[in-house]
Design a protein around this ligand. Sequence first.
Ligand code: GUN
Ligand code: FE
Length: 426
Amino acid sequence: MNESIFILKGNLIYSKSAKELEVCENSYLVCEDGVVRGIYKTLPFEYGGYPVEDYGDRLIIPGLVDLHVHAPQYSFRGLGMDMELLEWLETNTFPEESKFCDMEYARKAYGIFVENLKKSATTRACIFATIHRQATLLLMDMLEEAGLDTMVGKVNMDRNSPDYLREASAEESAAETVEWIKDVLHKKYKHTKPILTPRFTPSCTDELMEKLKMIQMRYSLPLQSHLSENPGEISWVKELCPWSEFYGDAYDKFGLFGADCPTVMAHCVYSDDREIARMKENGVFVAHCPESNMNIASGVAPVRKFLDEGVHVGMGSDVAGGSTESIFTAMAHAIQASKLRWRLQDESLKPLTVEEAFFMATKGGGEFFGKVGSFEPGYELDAVVLDDTRLKHPQDLDVKKRLERMIYFSDDREICAKYVAGVQIL
Ligand code: GUN
Ligand code: FE
């Protein structure tokens, strides 16, 4: 007997591509060493005798991936959004993030964030912390303990923010980042990784960007940031970096736009053809955050274009630009926003479908973590088991329709089990 083999049984749903949704009713999903071996309608003889978790008529989907969320902003989700980005940052975000120099506050606030993320359908996330090294490490301890698989960034900011949330110099910001990376390596986390996190171009001097590139090369780290979210932000970047061809180029000139290391950029609402071409060339991932883009009136990203061009796209909650960590809700928002964009802004870009939204929330974003987000053989087994009896009506619904309904109005009550890389955490 191979101790690492177990089997899940239920109605399996996963994406092969943005257009192909696979549904395997009443089937067996065999997992070995945390990895999917295969899906079978009848269990092959060789797997007889291994433990089977029979989830009956429930739905089993890959764990959802949140490519962009701000842990310290969880406290003001759903509040204070009658502003655009730059004013919103000054009014809500910077004052709240400054509180994370206090470890007691951080412990309470991050505790709530991690508890709720654990209860959600999300298994993987790319997370912004704050500029504070110790509180960031505490957040990473908590995520590791929760069993989620995440990338977490200590934020870099050395210009254009109030004294209370700005690192004194590029040297200090870089030195703190290196100290934080050393602390992280010392911890030997199994599923919590560091990711470089320059907040966005307006927050980071050229000197800091150069230093971050050196740190990236030394430690081979991925990177996350914000890109082309809001018109005021974009004109500001033009003033700050007059030498840049477009916003993304202001990262690329420092080698911080995906050419060497995996990179995910949130928003990309106003990315033009040149920026999209560069993202494609460099393999940059887009974190599409439709609720945030509506709440702080940023606009709607041209996701159809990203998909058609073959740019990697995943979903992001962007709490607290977004009000919820639910990636199901983000999927519904992505579809809804794309319909308004199509109707009101550009009829050449067709609205997104349920299949496409589900793909972005699973395999599309999952690729940032490796072979993640699908049940095809060789993928790490992240799975969420959903009991939709609370949502049912007397009519018969097929499995795909039941998934569609989960996307539009399920909540944590529907989640009855969750596995991350083959380990059950809920
Ligand atoms: N751009 C720079 N910082 C932020 C942030 O915290 N949230 C969002 N939505 N955009 C940003
Ligand atoms: Fe953000």
